[in-house]
Design a protein around this ligand. Structure first.
Ligand SMILES: Cc1ncc(COP(=O)(O)O)c(C=O)c1O
Length: 473
């Protein structure tokens, strides 16, 4: 290695060391196979669903057989592994186009355009559509991919609004109480206020500037949904000429909400009032990729200007086939029993966790679980010591993750519990017992002793997977 290269490595090393002292160093880790998953985003457990796996394999085998029938010609053989290029060059296929038509029809959209990820879909959409003079309003907790898209865009202004709030009166949902917002230093106003101010700008009222409003259907950190109908009405009220365009990122809500998992927009019947939707296939849908649902004109525009579509190799046949078999599963109604089980589990887990909180009455720095009727599989357990709680749960074989600043605002750190179709009530009970031990140890300011009743209980209920050498992740 040359001296210059070593110097750069030294600089990078210093940056990492600083990050480590701030307790923010990121590392790759592997989840041991015997851990119970309360962490991944595969809410419907579709990627391990035997029916779906079988369908995918037979689809791939059928494709190989079709290729073999083509007189042995090497050129006629279809590629399962790679698509051969950008969608605009050799990477397009009738299969990709028919899948887009199927997806659009299922979600009640005019058109759909596939991207290799929802990240690319967001950067492609936001990076290309807003023009100089335009304004982007965004929920302050919007996903990083929307931020990156906004940075690429030529919009003149980007204005955050308070998470999931329309007016001051509606503020105060999970981790967004006035106190926690004050603690986090968030000074953002509700959407109502931001739009009222914007409506004073003549370029906006004269429709010389477009206003894009970006929200998520289900927030991955708070596990809350938005008041989408009210947002649409508020946008219409302040921008009556129709230059307010709502974009909903449904990465986490597709598969979970709406009939057969059509998503939040469909559940609320707002298909015609949302300008664009971004869906992700990497969460509840159990595969990978993303799609923009929009008008046919917008689709053509994106094909021309979305850099994350144009300058990348398009999805492989195998990826397209995975998405296709998952949609067939949803369209045939087979995901409904899974969603019903998940809903029962969500209700049960929220109840158990809240009961634990009210029974133990820890101070809010130790643990806080909000009482809600949200039908979301993401449940935040607020705590000022998320790493300690997560490590404790992991030691007992439960994979939950600590979520810390800057991913969430300071003062709203948490452990996130994600529920899946494959989880059971027994697993939830075990997790609650493990959490209880930790809370009691925090309240007593000592770590649990082996001979305490609560420790015995955990040992019993987790029997079978506590191992001395279980790695502390
Ligand atoms: C809200 C939201 N949008 C977009 C993405 C990006 O999804 P993908 O993994 O498909 O790139 C994520 C992923 O974490 C997300 O949470």
């Amino acid at each position: 290695m040359t001296g210059t290269r070593r110097r750069l490595d030294d600089t990078l090393g210093e940056v990492l060391a600083r990050r480590k002292t701030l307790n923010r160093l990121r590392k790759l880790s592997n989840t041991p196979a015997n851990f119970i998953d309360f962490s991944s985003n595969g809410y419907l457990s579709l990627s391990t669903n035997p029916e779906i796996q079988k369908s995918l394999l037979s689809r791939l085998q059928a494709e190989v057989a079709t290729s073999e029938d083509s007189n042995g010609s090497r050129n006629a053989r279809r590629s399962l592994l790679g698509s051969g290029g950008s969608r605009l060059l050799d990477g397009n296929s009738p299969f990709a186009e028919s899948l887009e038509a199927k997806i659009a029809s299922f979600h009640g959209a005019e058109a759909a355009l596939l991207f290799t990820s929802a990240y690319d879909a967001n950067t492609g959409l936001l990076g290309s559509v807003p023009q100089p003079g335009d304004v982007i309003l965004y929920d302050e907790l919007i996903h990083a991919s929307v931020h990156d898209g906004m940075r690429m865009s030529r919009a003149t202004r980007r204005i955050p609004f308070a998470h999931s709030s329309i007016s001051e009166a509606q503020q105060g949902r999970v981790a967004n109480t006035k106190e926690s917002r004050a603690a986090s230093g968030s000074k953002n106003q509700g959407l109502d206020h931001v739009l009222r101010e914007l409506a004073k700008d003549e370029r906006v009222t004269n429709c010389q500037a477009n206003v894009f409003i970006c929200v998520e259907g289900l927030y991955s950190m708070d596990g809350d949904t938005i008041l989408l109908k009210e947002i649409v009405e508020t946008v219409d009220r302040y921008l009556p000429s129709g230059n307010g365009y709502v974009i909903v990122d449904e990465a986490h809500s597709v598969g979970v909400f709406g009939k057969d998992g059509r998503g939040l927009v469909c559940q609320l019947g707002l298909e015609d009032r949302i300008w664009a939707r971004v869906l992700g296939f990497g969460k509840a849908m159990g595969c990978a990729g993303g799609v923009v649902l929009c008008s046919s004109i917008t689709r053509s525009y994106l094909i021309n200007y979305a850099r994350s579509l144009i300058y990348t190799t398009s999805m492989t046949f195998t990826s397209l086939a995975s998405i296709d078999v998952v949609y067939d599963f949803l369209i045939s109604g087979q995901s409904e029993p899974l969603r019903r089980h998940l809903e029962t589990l969500i209700y049960y887990t929220r109840h158990q966790l809240h009961t634990l909180y009210t029974r133990l009455k820890p101070n809010r720095d130790t643990l806080y679980v909000e009482q809600t009727t949200l039908k979301s599989p993401i449940i935040p357990i607020l705590t000022a010591s998320p790493r300690s709680l997560a490590e404790h749960c992991q030691r007992f074989g439960f994979m939950v993750r600590p979520i810390v600043s800057p991913t969430v605002p300071l003062g709203s750190e948490r452990v996130r519990v994600c529920l899946h179709y494959s989880n059971t009530k027994e697993q939830v009970d075990e997790l609650c017992s493990v959490i209880e031990v930790w809370v009691k140890s925090q309240m007593a300011e000592v770590m649990p002793q082996e001979n305490t009743e609560s420790h015995k209980k955990v040992t019993e209920i987790t029997d079978g997977f506590i191992k001395e050498d279980k790695p502390r992740l």
